[in-house]
Design a protein around this ligand. Structure first.
Ligand SMILES: NC(=O)C1=CN([C@@H]2O[C@H](COP(=O)(O)OP(=O)(O)OC[C@H]3O[C@@H](n4cnc5c(N)ncnc54)[C@H](O)[C@@H]3O)[C@@H](O)[C@H]2O)C=CC1
Ligand SMILES: CCCCCC(=O)/C=C/[C@H]1[C@H](O)CC(=O)[C@@H]1CCCCCCC(=O)O
Length: 261
């Protein structure tokens, strides 16, 4: 898929990895809607990006992705403003083992909601033109920390759901490619959460273990993750792929044993 002229929706696009991919999409002449709960970050990011890429290419919609009606409205507003939808990146995520029910809602339930809403606006089963979806998981699904049981569970869930939906898209001729992206540690504000009892609960006493892991595995830049995302967007041969991005191996893919049946 060529990106120029395409319309993208990115959840959690106001900062971190999401903001990096929003900027890359704009650099490639896409129209973008940023869906994020943080009004200040979202409006600030829009102001900066409008200065760099001109007005009319970026919309910011304040929305908590857990609010299904608001998320549905954000998708519709995107289509109303830009005419169609081609790319959806379900990126919004948190690290909160203390309020783990909320974390499941954000990291997994909202990714499912975002995927289904994306299909409503892109799938040929709904008379649309096709498109591509990226769901953001984590390397925590392959090399986990004992201090992140529910974060790890949500990221495993994203992979499982994404792989099944990719198969469903083939079987149902949706015309939509659906892939997962699994970064290692990335230099964003999310990493600061390991220091906070409000986020880690009883696991906060193990924060030095995270620092050790970061030193051992290295910390990636958001722009590199955006590079991987753009490959998932543009490579029409990728569906059901699980892209891994690490300091040691760069951008690569997980391979699964073929199913025996
Ligand atoms: N930073 C890292 O080391 C890694 C991050 N990831 C994943 O990448 C994704 C992005 O993370 P980062 O950019 O690092 O985090 P971040 O904390 O820097 O940015 C996350 C963005 O999502 C927004 N957000 C959070 N909850 C929301 C909600 N309920 N509704 C709407 N927006 C919401 C925040 O306002 C923020 O703008 C997450 O899914 C995270 O789990 C995966 C592997 C490593
Ligand atoms: C610290 C807040 C969690 C958000 C960032 C994230 O998803 C971190 C994942 C790490 C998890 O906490 C434990 C890990 O080891 C994950 C990173 C694994 C990187 C593996 C790199 C392997 C390699 O380079 O070969």
């Amino acid at each position: 898929m060529a990106v120029n002229g395409k319309v993208a929706l990115v959840t959690g696009g106001a900062q971190g990895i999401g903001r990096a991919v929003v900027r890359t999409l704009l650099q490639n002449s896409a129209k973008v809607t940023v869906v994020d709960m943080n009004k200040d970050s979202g409006e600030g990011s829009k102001t900066e990006l409008d200065k760099e890429f001109g007005e009319g290419n970026l919309a910011f919609i304040q929305c908590d992705v857990r609010d299904g009606a608001a998320l549905r409205d954000a998708f519709q507003k995107t289509v109303d403003k830009f005419g169609h939808l081609d790319i959806v990146i379900n990126n919004a995520g948190i690290n909160n083992e203390k309020n783990w029910e909320k974390m499941i809602e954000v990291n997994l339930t909202s990714v499912i909601k975002g995927t289904y809403l994306a299909l409503e606006h892109m799938s040929k089963e709904h008379g649309k033109q096709g498109g591509t979806i990226i769901n953001v998981s984590s390397m925590a699904a392959f090399l986990h920390s004992p201090h992140q049981p529910v974060y790890t569970a949500t990221k495993h869930g994203v992979i499982g759901f994404t792989r099944v939906m990719a198969d469903a898209s083939i079987r149902g001729d949706y015309g939509v490619r659906i892939n997962a992206l699994c970064p290692g540690f990335v230099d964003t504000p999310l990493l600061q959460s390991v220091e906070l009892e409000d986020n880690m609960g009883k696991f906060v006493k193990f924060k030095d273990d995270f620092k050790h892991s970061m030193n051992k595995f290295g910390v990636l830049q958001p722009s590199f993750i955006a590079e991987g995302m753009m490959r998932l967007v543009t490579d029409s041969g990728l569906n059901g792929a699980v892209m891994k991005i690490t300091c040691s191996k760069g951008i690569h893919f997980h391979t699964y044993e073929p199913m025996s049946v």
